[in-house]
Design a protein around this ligand. Structure first.
Ligand SMILES: [Zn+2]
Ligand SMILES: [Zn+2]
Length: 285
């Protein structure tokens, strides 16, 4: 059986709002021989296990930004990678400037635990090893390779949260863009140009405005609406738009209303993500 060049598993499709059925934002990309975890939201390791993977199987963790909903379980990734690793190889973490400080903070939080485990098990080489690669794309894009996979990093626009980045992951002629939280912007257009699969955080401003909570009203101006995500998809000529990180939470029975908002602006395939859904780029004619 031929394996796909790239597959994307939506591990967590929720948002900061707790949801019994949707874990926090995180996405597993299997490309070529690499497994890449994009973001590490609430419940990431439960969903990773559901996808048949453990942290030791990850080639890298890619963070789009440092909002808590995207990094809250990074501590679990770091600890479990360390505890299950037989080689002591460092966990590779990529992210925007500020990522090293977050990892340092997580390590500090884990000081007591690390002490207990080092005292109890004499085969650890040392405390958790994490190698951080900060990606500064203020003056343009950055690209790097992990195994046989090309990764391009573009700046996105989630202000006042900054810096934020999106990842374009390519292998063997197929490519996916994991955009994270962003409004439409030049960096996002470049990230998505011609990709097979575009994964985007989406909100419904019309529904958010109905919520009796002033604080949540603030999110409207720094996320793509469903319509904007579809417009980006159309402008960039992507194959499939994958909507995720729904705000407010996508209620069963309302799927077609969300889909119709996107379909009014984009002719390609539209997928409303659910936890542990795996999507592979369809052949494009
Ligand atoms: Zn965010
Ligand atoms: Zn978010």
């Amino acid at each position: 059986m031929r394996s796909m060049a790239i597959s994307v598993t939506l591990l967590g499709t929720g948002s900061p709002i707790p949801d019994a059925n949707r874990a926090g934002p995180s996405t597993l990309v299997a490309a070529g021989s690499a497994r890449l975890l994009v973001d590490a939201g609430r419940g990431v390791l439960m969903r990773l296990a559901g996808a048949g993977a453990f942290p030791v199987m990850l080639d890298a963790v890619l963070l789009t930004h440092l909002h808590s909903d995207h990094i809250t379980d990074l501590n679990d990734v770091i600890t479990t990678h360390w505890v299950m690793s037989l080689t002591g190889a460092p966990l590779q973490v990529y992210g925007p400037p500020g990522t090293q400080a977050v990892v340092d903070g997580v390590q500090a939080m884990l000081t007591a635990d690390v002490g207990y485990r080092l005292a109890h098990h004499d085969d650890f080489a040392g405390p958790p090893a994490v190698e951080v690669h900060e990606l500064d794309v203020r003056d343009g894009s950055e690209r790097f390779r992990i195994a046989d996979v090309d990764i391009v990093v573009q700046p996105t626009d989630h202000r006042p949260v900054e810096p934020t980045v999106g990842y374009r992951i390519s292998h063997d002629g197929r490519s996916v863009a994991i955009a994270g939280d962003t409004v439409p912007c030049a960096g996002l257009d470049q990230l998505c140009a011609g990709v097979d699969l575009y994964v985007q955080t989406v909100i419904r401003p019309d529904l958010v405005r109905l919520l009796p909570n002033r604080r949540i009203q603030d999110i409207v101006d720094y996320h793509s609406s469903v319509e904007q995500a579809a417009q980006t998809a159309a402008r960039a000529g992507v194959g499939t738009l994958v909507c995720t990180h729904f705000v407010p939470p996508l209620v069963a029975g309302q799927e077609e209303a969300w889909r119709a908002l996107a379909a009014a602006h984009f002719d390609g395939a539209i997928i409303l993500a659910e936890d542990l859904m795996t999507v592979e780029p369809a052949p494009r004619g």
